[in-house]
Design a protein around this ligand. Structure first.
Ligand code: ITT
Length: 203
């Protein structure tokens, strides 16, 4: 069977692919590059799972195939859980998926925490993973990874807020981990391993 990954974030695609492949699912995973006319979906829901379902529904409808989507972000304790579902557009750059967007977003979080001491810099990454079947059947699951925000970016791997986030039990930022190390502990790793179990039942 074929499933479509409903994301336009080129950095998420290999993560989602690798985690699903490792889960040993017998499926062919295709990206949205096969569907240049796929609709752009505004993320209007207040929750990660709500937005992941919006993206997966639109792509399942467009392609007639089972669609899998991720909605994710960083929740910072000191910012009352923000940027949260607003993580992709925290510095105001709508629709922009470049490294410039990521750099501006993480810079803003660092500036907002400039006066926050180490013991109050707790945060977590959250990923909601959704599957929508052409029949209309749908499920969403979540994964999180807890850690803290450091004061200056480190590392060149990964994407987004990875250079400023150190997971609990680590001294390195996620951007200093290999792709395999990241997938083993990340919010998306946890969520997509859960989703793989659901997919095994549904498909
Ligand atoms: P799609 O909606 O097309 O999947 P997107 O990049 O806009 O792509 P989201 O709306 O889910 O995805 O926004 C996720 C935001 O959270 C974005 O700012 C990411 O940089 C950040 N983020 C998500 N996962 C991350 C990770 O593993 N490491 C660092 N930052 C992450």
């Amino acid at each position: 069977r074929t499933i479509v990954l409903a994301t336009r974030n080129a950095k998420k695609v290999p993560e989602m692919r690798a985690i699903l492949a490792e889960a040993g699912l017998d499926v062919e995973v295709v990206g949205l590059d096969r569907y240049p006319d796929a609709p752009e979906v505004p993320e209007t829901e207040p929750t990660f799972s709500g937005n992941a379902l919006l993206k997966a529904r639109a792509i399942a409808r467009h392609t007639g195939l089972p669609a899998v989507a991720d909605d994710s972000g960083l929740q910072v304790d000191e910012l009352n859980g923000m940027p949260g579902v607003l993580s992709a557009r925290w510095s105001g750059s709508f629709g922009d998926r470049s490294g410039d967007r990521d750099a501006a977003n993480l810079r803003l979080v660092l500036d907002q925490l400039a006066d926050t001491p180490a013991e109050r810099r707790g945060a977590r990454f959250v990923s909601a993973a959704a599957i929508v079947l052409p029949s209309g059947e749908e499920r969403a699951v979540e994964g999180t990874v807890a850690g803290h925000v450091i004061t200056a970016p480190r590392g060149g791997n990964g994407f987004g807020y990875d250079p400023i986030f150190v997971p609990d039990g680590e001294t390195r930022t996620i951007a200093e981990l290999t792709a395999e190390e990241k997938n083993a502990i990340s919010h998306r790793g946890v969520a997509f391993r859960r989703l793989a179990r659901v997919l095994r039942e549904l498909l």
